[in-house]
Design a binder for this molecule. Sequence first.
Ligand code: NAD
Length: 256
Amino acid sequence: MTRVIRVGVVGAAGRMGSTICDAVAEADGLELVAAVDVVSAGGVTHGVAIASDLKALADAECDVVVDFTVADAARTTLPWLALHGMHAVVGTTGFSADDIESFRRAFTGSNCLVAANFAIGAVLMMRFAEQAAPWFETAEIIEFHHNAKADAPSGTAMETARRMAAASSEWAPDPTKHEVVPGARGGEGPGGIRVHGVRMVGMTASQEVVLGTAGQTLVIRHDSNDRVSFMPGVVLACRQVGALTERFTLGIDSLL
Ligand code: NAD
């Protein structure tokens, strides 16, 4: 009989974290054994007390810890998890390339998977954008999120631009000579690909990748209308992170 995987959730009181606690509690082969958050400490989720200290993860002997918080918090939590030999599934966004490198170095005795997007449709959107990139000379990314998102642009937009830039270096220069409103042309992502962030009441998470070449445009769009869209990916990552052959994995592509 396969052993049940003991899962802890950091950010358990947040929008994503609370949905993840529900998904883990319902998933076969996973058991929610610890929950940590700086707010709602003292509360209870699925019979598990929400603690304010990471120590609760060690006390509960977690095999896997899921982190959906903010980049600043995760910069402390991830090395702590590595030090305590726990596998990490990380959905927090807003990391720099240096952060990713330091996580890669920290995990030497357990595995860490960091993914900017756990929704299968978004993973496919990134893959399609990467495939399309060599066939177009202009591309811009527009990401749309709810009005409480702390970081911009989204991790998904940055990861999409990084993959498109790796797939093609033949991008046309920006023709803009005068930006009437600073920022009107968006931010410059990897490969010079422009990234535009929209923050909107009523939105969850959407993205459009717009590509153009002579006489034609291609729009690849993905919408997460509900946070449950991320749950199959998070549950899959919890089940598989311990068996990954690499200590550090970026994205869930290799799990699909
Ligand atoms: P949220 O603000 O609702 O939740 C974050 C939670 O983290 C809060 O409850 C907060 O109290 C807690 N927190 C902050 N610092 C902490 C610390 N030091 N220790 C413990 N808990 C701490 O935000 P959200 O909408 O749930 O998003 C969380 C993160 O997940 C963001 O970075 C967001 O961009 C990312 N996200 C990723 C995906 C994905 O598929 N990878 C999808 C959606 C959101």
